[in-house]
Design a protein. Structure first.
Length: 648
């Protein structure tokens, strides 16, 4: 066991994964709309919604939904010519799609999970605007699976089949704008048991599950089509769910970073306990900043807003303590204030700064009865404001958190920051956090509870039958087959098996295309063109297959593949035949090849007579240029050798 593993064992690290993967089906999960993504500019109309939390069957309200509802927002949705009434929430959903169900059962089989006898669709309350209905439809499909890692087995708790959320496009003055092209795409969610004990094992488990998913050949590829959520806790810490880890390679850093964050928060808790720390009452401190030069505070006051502060007794020096790279306890307080609509907070560990002077800091502390070293003071009004328990005052100094914002925001924002400061005294809060690009995380909302789930009454139960679903071939086995049966070298075999066009490669080989040529074109050639700036992603699969078949049938020389593919990328509506004609790279007869070669040899007769076959290399390039890619190199080479030998 490595030193790192021993460290995480000492920390009591426990982690689990939730893998969300879009399925590549023809239609969406509960309607017949296609699963193709659109550009926002293609939208034909918009709809708007305002969403509110609803009670569960037991009359309970989910805490995460309640917090989301405190932010007053309107949601706008971009709709397209393919958008249906189900997606707009103006018509009940259809039965669950059989294609998605079959793919999901194949994935469950690869995970050694047991498919349920009867599946019931549930509604999961979602009021962040990502679904027009205010909830996400989800169904438990399978349970009790298992995968293996180098550090031991990891259980698969459940496999869910659900609908993808709408794609967030941008923030607006009124709320958020979403696109309905993604809403309803079939999504499989795989939840592991909390069997993961190191960041490396988390990475390996996610990588293995990703391999199983791609083995089906029926999952979407590309940025945003797969997301990893990670649940992490350490001993004496708390379970924290981290949402939206996009890149597989980030999982190690996210898990390690969250463990470090919880260690720092526990150390802060110990220090706060030793200081007998507490959080005071919110105070209006606008008068302190009546003549301020701080742009943020001045802007809030000039627009009729408020400046509110809360004393943090015993917090001096800890609000500014770093708990993750470039993130401090104060950042945590600020994240909570932002959720209430504020731009963030100021705190005295970072002041004077941002236009706030030393004199204003002193006046602020006096106004809220925050001392430098815990000595009792009175505010200018003479009222005691400390709420520290016990008879003795904290030995450490106090801090102050400050919010300047509109009147309808400031109160909620400073209270949210104060509540998070109180939680710091207790330790690590259970919460949902978002993954940042730099491997750190930010607060999103409280952990959701069971109150957000209730039955879907519009969709009848299904009885999945896994006996009729063929078990997908693992990518590891596919690589071996490509090498042994199709003659690909191991590197190319792995490249095409794990590549995005594996299914297309299979279709090409089945249609009679040479495997090595098909693999090298779909992987190497397209990669080279992409590096040259060609938008290869715009080339349709049927056009790629058609191009490969033209070569196999002798209609298109291999030398003409690049210009044809470039033309297909520039105009996706072209057929391969039309692109071939447009580029002037159609095949020519052997007689036409011989005629062109003879002309080249005749022009260079003296060189041929002097050098014999030594002239071959130079003349080969001239011949290919004369034929402008309309003949294959093998044929040209053969004819050129014959013509040189005639004159040698």
């Amino acid at each position: 066991m490595s030193d790192d593993a021993r460290d995480y064992e000492d920390l009591g690290l426990v982690a689990g994964l939730e893998i969300h993967q879009q399925l590549d089906t023809e239609t969406k999960l509960f309607c017949e709309s296609p699963t193709d993504l659109r550009e926002p500019a293609e939208a034909t109309h918009t709809i708007t919604r305002e969403l509110h939390p609803t009670r569960s069957e037991l009359g309970e309200l989910d805490e995460a939904a309640m917090e989301e509802s405190r932010v007053d927002r309107t949601f706008e949705y971009l709709a397209y010519d393919t958008t249906c009434l189900v997606e707009e929430d103006d018509e009940p959903p259809a039965r669950i799609g059989q294609e998605a169900l079959d793919v999901a059962m194949g994935i469950a089989d690869l995970l050694d999970a047991t498919v349920v006898d009867q599946g019931h669709v549930m509604r999961k309350l979602v009021i962040d605007g990502s679904n027009t209905s205010g909830f996400q439809r989800s169904m438990l499909l399978a349970q009790n699976g298992e995968i293996e890692t180098d550090e031991g087995s990891v259980g698969i708790v459940d496999v869910m089949l659900e609908e993808e959320s709408a794609q967030r496009v941008e923030e607006t003055d009124e709320g958020v704008r979403y696109s309905l092209d993604r809403l309803g795409i079939p999504l499989i969610e795989i939840g592991t048991a909390p069997d993961i004990s190191t960041p490396e094992q988390a990475y390996e488990a996610a990588e293995h599950i990703g391999m199983l998913l791609r083995s089906t050949g029926s999952v979407k590829r590309g940025l945003g089509t797969i997301r990893q959520d990670v649940n992490v806790s350490i001993e004496d810490g708390a379970r924290v769910e981290i949402k939206g880890v996009q890149a597989l390679g980030d999982i190690r850093d996210i898990v390690a970073g969250e463990a470090d964050r919880q260690v720092e928060l526990l150390e802060i808790r110990e220090e706060l306990e030793a200081r007998d720390a507490a959080v005071g009452e919110v105070e209006d401190v606008a008068t302190v900043f009546s003549d301020t030069d701080s742009g943020v505070i001045r802007g809030a006051l000039d627009s009729g807003g408020e400046v509110l502060a809360v004393p943090l007794y015993g917090f001096d020096g800890l609000v500014g303590r770093e708990i993750q790279p470039d993130r401090r306890l104060g950042t945590e307080l600020s994240d909570h204030a932002k959720r209430a609509g504020a731009g963030g907070i100021f705190h005295t560990d970072e002041l004077p700064a941002y236009g706030v002077t030393e004199e204003e800091v002193e006046a602020l502390k006096t106004a809220v009865d925050a001392g430098e070293n815990g000595s009792e003071e009175q505010s200018s009004s003479g009222n005691r404001k400390r709420t520290v328990s016990g008879d003795s005052r904290p030995e450490a100094g106090d801090a102050v958190a400050l919010v300047a914002a509109n009147s309808d925001v400031a109160g909620q924002a400073i209270q949210a920051a104060a509540d998070r400061a109180r939680t710091a005294i207790e330790g690590v809060p259970e919460e949902t956090r978002g993954a940042n690009d730099d491997g750190t995380t930010r607060y999103l909302r409280p952990l959701p509870g069971a109150a957000r789930m209730y039955p879907e009454t519009d969709v009848p139960p299904v009885e999945p039958d896994p006996s009729e679903v063929e078990t997908p071939e693992l990518l590891t086995e596919r690589v071996k087959r490509y090498a042994e049966e199709l003659g690909l070298d191991e590197g190319l075999a792995e490249q095409v098996a794990y590549g995005r066009r594996m299914v297309l490669f299979e279709e090409a080989v089945e249609a009679g295309v040479d495997p090595t040529f098909a693999a090298s074109t779909l992987e190497s050639t397209l990669t080279e063109l992409s590096r040259e700036g060609v938008d290869v992603e715009s080339i349709r699969d049927d056009a790629l297959l058609g191009t490969l078949l033209l070569v196999e049938e002798g209609e298109l020389p291999k030398e003409g593949v690049n210009p044809v593919l470039t033309a297909l990328a520039e105009d996706p509506e072209l057929t391969p035949e039309a692109a071939m004609e447009e580029e002037g790279v159609g095949g020519v007869s052997e007689g036409e090849v011989r005629e062109a070669v003879q002309e080249v040899v005749e022009r260079n007769a003296e060189q041929v007579e002097a050098e014999g076959m030594g002239a071959f290399s130079g003349l080969m390039g001239e011949c290919m240029g004369a034929l402008r890619g309309q003949a294959g190199g093998d044929l040209v080479s053969e004819v050129l050798r014959e013509e040189i030998q005639k004159r040698a």
